[in-house]
Design a binder for this molecule. Structure first.
Ligand code: GRF
Length: 201
């Protein structure tokens, strides 16, 4: 399965996907990394792995839809049939989300549907949660919603600050994103209603 990854920054989840890809028989190939931010660290990671990159700067477009259209054009030109959001910090327009329906996934650093949006870890601490985690899900038009593919839970420790919790969650993100992509590329994930089933379950 040929995949495009959309990033805006650090790209550690992109790196996890790149690293997973070296395993023999891995069923997904990253053919393009797009960043809306020039100089994003993730672009360097892609370059080092010999993956084609593109900077598509949203600020040079007249609104969301033309920007999204340019991304779809670049993704399709690269031959990708599937899109992973990995720390991509722009909201996507409905036409983009519809075009890539069930071929577009995201990773979010909470146990969705709890704690959507930004600044998750501090909010988890403020709420006194005993557990947090991360979620890989198909993308729907409402932010951080869509059929959940894989989740991982981590404990929240009494002495955690947002940084410590983020690091614990991120470690799990790097495990579940490749796992989810692999399941999809192996054709083991189906969407029924708003539920993603793995091997029919
Ligand atoms: C991750 O925490 C991811 O869950 C969220 O944005 C962050 C991106 O980190 N969507 P990185 O760029 O993959 O290192």
């Amino acid at each position: 399965m040929k995949v495009a990854v959309l990033i805006s920054g650090r790209g550690s989840n992109l790196q996890a996907l790149i690293d997973a890809g070296v395993a023999p028989g891995w069923p997904a190939e990253i053919v393009l990394v797009i960043s809306n931010v020039a100089g994003a660290e993730g672009l360097e990671r892609a370059g080092k792995a010999g993956i084609a990159t593109a900077v598509i700067d949203h600020k040079t477009f007249d609104g969301r839809k033309p920007f999204d259209k340019a991304m779809t054009a670049a993704i399709e030109k690269a031959g990708a049939e599937f899109v992973c959001l990995a720390g991509f910090m722009r909201l996507l327009s409905d036409p983009f989300i519809d075009h890539w329906r069930d071929r577009l996934i995201n990773i979010h650093p909470s146990l969705l549907p709890a704690f959507k949006g930004l600044g998750v870890h501090q909010r988890v601490l403020d709420a006194g949660e005993k557990a947090s985690g991360c979620t890989v899900h198909f993308v729907r038009s409402e932010m951080d919603t869509g059929p959940i593919i894989v989740q991982a839970e981590v404990p929240v420790r009494p002495d955690d600050d947002a940084k410590a919790l983020a690091a614990r969650v991120l470690e799990q993100e790097h495990k579940i994103y490749p796992r989810a992509l692999r399941l999809i590329a192996e054709d083991r994930v189906t969407v029924e209603g708003e539920r993603a089933l793995i091997d029919g379950q």
